[in-house]
Design a binder for this molecule. Structure first.
Ligand code: URA
Length: 192
């Protein structure tokens, strides 16, 4: 397992797939690297590629604002990153071989952050992390415990932007993440 600096540098110089050839910036991750909650998206979009920061475009702003309304602050309460660290052209979904090439970096990030809660944003991250049998519309909001993590999935905020009918479920899922976080810490305080 690499430490943060080495991992960042390895991502910067990665050529395991061709996505790096067309990127402006590698988009590593953002937020509190010691947070208890980790959000995982698909891959950077245009705004993220331009800035090098995940979830700063319209979809990212929607997510950030919704979490703020629940008093969840990026710099304090969560870490956020993507399956793929480089932007696929025209925002296409990453190919499976691109996900496979990049996922060891994500695993290393998870090992460094050691979150209690992992949230998959959208079908791509969900399929990659929770399994191909998961269906976003059917299974979002469900919780499982695996390898010591509480894991769930919700709609990708860009899907919520495209379809206002997804808003209520998205909001319910975010509230359930907040509740799960509180539940874990209450239990921990009772134990200690
Ligand atoms: N969509 C993602 O999945 N990740 C980002 O960082 C931005 C948009």
């Amino acid at each position: 397992m690499l430490r943060w600096k080495e991992l960042y540098e390895e991502c910067l110089s990665c050529s395991k797939c061709s996505l790096g050839d067309n990127r402006t910036n590698m988009v590593f991750g953002d937020g509190n690297p010691k947070a208890h909650i980790m959000f995982i998206g698909e891959a950077p979009g245009a705004d993220e590629d331009r800035t090098g920061i995940p979830f700063v475009g319209r979809a990212g702003q929607l997510l950030t604002k919704a979490l703020l309304a629940l008093d969840l602050h990026r710099e304090r309460d969560y870490y956020i990153c993507n399956i793929c660290k480089c932007r696929p052209k025209n925002n296409r979904t990453p190919y499976e071989e691109e996900e496979k090439a990049c996922i060891p970096y994500l695993r290393n990030q998870v090992a460094l952050v050691r979150p209690k809660i992992i949230v998959c944003l959208g079908a791509t991250a969900m399929g990659c992390i929770l399994g191909k049998e998961w269906r976003i519309t059917r299974d979002r909001g469900k919780w499982i415990e695996r390898k010591g993590f509480y894991m769930t999935a919700t709609f990708h905020p860009s899907a919520v932007l495209r379809d206002a009918n997804k808003k209520a479920a998205f909001w319910e899922d975010l509230k359930s993440i907040k509740e799960k976080n509180e539940e874990i810490f209450q239990t921990k305080n009772v134990d200690t």
